[in-house]
Design a protein around this ligand. Structure first.
Ligand code: XMP
Length: 520
C-alpha cells in the first residue's frame, strides 16, 4: 500500500559510514537539487514516504562479503529507481546481486586513472572511449566479477572502476566522484541526477523560506519560543527567521561568557535591535566563567566547564519566561548527518563541542530547529534573504567556548584581553586587504610560551601568538590559506608593535587533518 506522500525528497543518500557522505550531499545541493541522507534501514518504507527519483549508496568501512556488513533490502533493486553505488556502495550492490567482491592485494588510496571501456550515460562529457581521467580511490576490497546483466564500463590499472546494468539504471563506481581529486566527479554526479534520474533543479532558498515561515507559525501557534543567541551566523539566522514568522512571541537569551571577540557583545545587541523586534535578555556572566576556569589547563575540562555553566545560566533565565513551549536551536544538516551515522560505527570524540544548541533537556521545551535541513552556505543565503547584513552573514565561524579554546594553558583576564586586542588587529587587517571573505576562518591563538625579544634597546620577555587562516567548505577538513610575505610581515609588525605582552608571532601552516582548526 502506498502511503500518502508527506514530503518529496528527489534523492536519498544511504549512508554506510563513509567520511565523505556529506560531500555527496553537497554536490547534489550545489546542483539545485534537494536531497537527504538516511540509513539503509526500512528503505522500502522510505521510498514510499519520500518518493525519491534516485538513490545513492555511499562508501563505508565495511567489507561487502562480510556476513554482518550492512546490506540494503534487495527489493530496492526492483523498485525501478536509478541507483548509484559508490565504493562500498558498489561492492555491496555487487554482492547482493550475486557478483563477487574480494580483498585487494594492496589497498588503493589516492589519485588513480581510469579508462573507459564501454560507453555509458554516467560518463557523458567526462571521457571518450578508451581514454582516461583522474579519480580518487580509497578502498581495500574490489569487485572481481560483476553480477549477471552488468557490464564493466571502466577499469583502473588495478581493478574494475565502474559497472552498470545493461537495462536497469543501476551504476557502481569504485572511486569517489564527490571528492575534488576526481577531476570530473561533479559532472558524473550531474549526469546521474539530471540525465539519468531526470530530476529538475528546483531547490531554492526562497521557497524554503516561505515554507518554513508557515511551518513555524503552524507549529508554534500562540505559544512562546526561547532562542539562545551567540552572535554567530546560525543563531542569528534562526532568530531572524522565527522573529519574521511569529514576531515578539520569540525571546532571545544571550549569555555573555566574556570569551567573545573585542566588542562583540555590543555588536550583537545593536544588530539585534536593528534587524529584529524580538526581546533580548543579556546576561553578563563574565565573572562567573572566569572564576570557574581559574587554574584549568586541560582543553576538555575547559569545554566541559563552559558547557555546564552555560546550561545552568541559560536554564535560570529560560525558567523566568512564562508560557514558553519551544526552544529554538541553530542545528544544521551536518549535525543531523552525524547523529544519523549508521549503527555500530564507532566515532571517536575528538572534542566535546559546545554551542548554544543541544542544551537544556531538563527545561521540558519542544525543539524548534528550522535550519536542520541546511548546510552553512545555505544558511548564509537564507540570512541574506531575511535582510541580515553581510557583517552577520559572512562572519567567520566562532566556537561556542570562544577565546577559552584559543588560550592553551591557564586562562586569565589579562590573557583574554591580550588575545582580544591581537585578534582585533588581525581581523581588521584581513578586512582592509579584502582577504576576510576569501578565508573560511581566521583567528589568533595566545600560546603559553614566553620568549626573549628586543624592543628598541631593551630586552623583552613576552608571550607568543600564532595566527591561523584556513579555507574550508564545512569545517570538516581545512586547507591553509597562504598570505603574501608582505602581508604577514606587516601584520607581525602591527601585532608586536601595538599589543603589550606579545613579542613573537608564529604562522600556523597545518591543514586539517592532521591538525584540527582550533588548537583545543
Ligand atoms: P575543529 O577545531 O574541531 O573545528 O576542527 C571545526 C569547526 O568547529 C568550530 N568549533 C566549535 N563550534 N562549538 C561550536 O559551536 C564548539 O565547541 C566548537 N569547537 C570547534 C571551529 O571553530 C571550526 O569552525
Amino acid at each position: 500500500m502506498i502511503k500518502k506522500n508527506k514530503k518529496f525528497v528527489p534523492i536519498l543518500v544511504l549512508d554506510f559510514g563513509s567520511q565523505t557522505t556529506q560531500l555527496i550531499l553537497r554536490r547534489i545541493r550545489d546542483l539545485g537539487v534537494y536531497c537527504e541522507v538516511t540509513s539503509h534501514h526500512n528503505i522500502i518504507k522510505k521510498i514510499e514516504e519520500f518518493q525519491p527519483k534516485g538513490i545513492i549508496f555511499s562508501g563505508g568501512p565495511s567489507s561487502a562479503f562480510d556476513k554482518f556488513s550492512p546490506k540494503v533490502d534487495s527489493k530496492v533493486f526492483k523498485a525501478k529507481i536509478p541507483i548509484l553505488g559508490i565504493c562500498y556502495g558498489m561492492q555491496m550492490l555487487c554482492v547482493q546481486l550475486k557478483g563477487k567482491v574480494k580483498k585487494t592485494r594492496k589497498r588503493e588510496f589516492g589519485k588513480a586513472h581510469i579508462k573507459l571501456l564501454n560507453k555509458s550515460p554516467i560518463f557523458k562529457g567526462i571521457i571518450k572511449l578508451n581514454s582516461s581521467t583522474q579519480v580518487w580511490m580509497s578502498h581495500g576490497d574490489e569487485v572481481v566479477k560483476v553480477p549477471v546483466g552488468f557490464d564493466v564500463i571502466a577499469r583502473s590499472d588495478n581493478n574494475i572502476a565502474a559497472m552498470s546494468h545493461k537495462k536497469k539504471k543501476i551504476y557502481g563506481v569504485q572511486f569517489h566522484p564527490e571528492v575534488i581529486h576526481t577531476l570530473k566527479g561533479k559532472q558524473l554526479i550531474r549526469n546521474f541526477i539530471l540525465d539519468i534520474c531526470k530530476i529538475k533543479r528546483e531547490w531554492k532558498i526562497n521557497n524554503f523560506l516561505k515554507e518554513q515561515l508557515n511551518v513555524i507559525k503552524n507549529k508554534v501557534e500562540k505559544n512562546k519560543v526561547i532562542c539562545g543567541l551567540s552572535g554567530g551566523v546560525d543563531s542569528s539566522v534562526v532568530a531572524a527567521l522565527i522573529n519574521k514568522a511569529i514576531g515578539n512571541q520569540l525571546t532571545c537569551i544571550f549569555v555573555d561568557h566574556g570569551l567573545l571577540r573585542k566588542d562583540e557583545e555590543k555588536e550583537v545587541l545593536l544588530n539585534f535591535k536593528k534587524y529584529t523586534d524580538c526581546k533580548i535578555i543579556h546576561v553578563n556572566a563574565r565573572k562567573i566563567f572566569l572564576k570557574k576556569l581559574q587554574g584549568v589547563k586541560d582543553p576538555e575540562r575547559k569545554r566541559k566547564i563552559i558547557g555546564k555553566e552555560f546550561i545552568k545560566i541559560f536554564e535560570i533565565e529560560a525558567k523566568k519566561i512564562k508560557n514558553a513551549k519551544f526552544l529554538a536551536q541553530g542545528t544544521l544538516y551536518p549535525d543531523v548527518i552525524e547523529s544519523k551515522k549508521i549503527q555500530g560505527s564507532k566515532l571517536k570524540v575528538i572534542k566535546s563541542h559546545h554551542n548554544v544548541g543541544g542544551l537544556p533537556k531538563k527545561l521540558n521545551l519542544k525543539l524548534l530547529e528550522p535550519l536542520r535541513e541546511l548546510f552553512k552556505d545555505e544558511v548564509r543565503t537564507l540570512g541574506k534573504e531575511l535582510g541580515l547584513p553581510n557583517d552577520i552573514i559572512m562572519r567567520h565561524p566562532f566556537p561556542g567556548p570562544g577565546l577559552a579554546i584559543r588560550i592553551p594553558g591557564e586562562i586569565t583576564a589579562k590573557k583574554i584581553n591580550i588575545l582580544k586586542k591581537v585578534d582585533h588587529i588581525y581581523i581588521n587587517e584581513l578586512k582592509k586587504h579584502n582577504l576576510y571573505s576569501k578565508i573560511w576562518q581566521a583567528f589568533c591563538v595566545l600560546l603559553p610560551i614566553k620568549s626573549v625579544g628586543v624592543m628598541g634597546d631593551s630586552r623583552s620577555y613576552e608571550l607568543t601568538v600564532s595566527v591561523r587562516a584556513i579555507t574550508s567548505k564545512d569545517g570538516m577538513t581545512a586547507e591553509v590559506f597562504y598570505f603574501s610575505e608582505k602581508f604577514i610581515q606587516s601584520l607581525v609588525g602591527k601585532i608586536v608593535g601595538q599589543v603589550k605582552g606579545v613579542n613573537r608571532v608564529l604562522y600556523d601552516i597545518t591543514s586539517k587533518p592532521p591538525a584540527t582548526i582550533e588548537w583545543e
